[in-house]
Design a protein around this ligand. Structure first.
Ligand SMILES: [Zn+2]
Length: 134
């Protein structure tokens, strides 16, 4: 069985969603979603525009994954983040000493990191990092 080729770095660089965090904002109801869609998932409107997402937010919910692709070492906390100004982002945590440190409501920021290497091609994207409060 052959594995599909991983997408090239150029593909990701040219996609505004991945590195520039461009989501979608509905001009009718104001709902913000990421990744972008052609139709607003809240009201069904096609009247949408690009929306630059914040890199700051709070943990909406999370889980700690133990079954992952071989390139990612478990345990790996994965969060859904409520972004400041609207929108949600789902991603792996980075730089977490203990998975127990992750809490619902914790302040986080999105940071660009290597997600994994597949067949010699490094794939980058945003990960979630806890922010020190104080
Ligand atoms: Zn809408």
């Amino acid at each position: 069985m052959t594995m599909p080729a991983p997408p090239s770095p150029v593909h990701w660089r040219l996609n505004p969603e991945v590195y520039r965090l461009i989501g979608m904002r509905c001009k009718d109801c104001g709902h913000i979603t990421y990744p972008r869609r052609k139709v607003c998932p809240k009201c069904g409107s096609f009247n949408t525009e690009n929306h630059k997402l914040s890199k700051k937010g709070t943990v909406h919910t999370y889980c700690i994954n133990y079954v992952l692709p071989p390139e990612i070492e478990p345990p790996a906390p994965i969060a859904i983040v409520d972004l400041e100004g609207g929108g949600k982002f789902q991603g792996l945590f980075t730089e977490v000493a203990k998975p127990e440190d992750v809490k619902i409501g914790a302040k986080v920021e999105l940071v660009l990191r290597k997600i994994l290497t597949s067949r010699g091609i490094a794939m980058y994207g945003y990960k979630v990092r806890l922010v020190e409060e104080g």
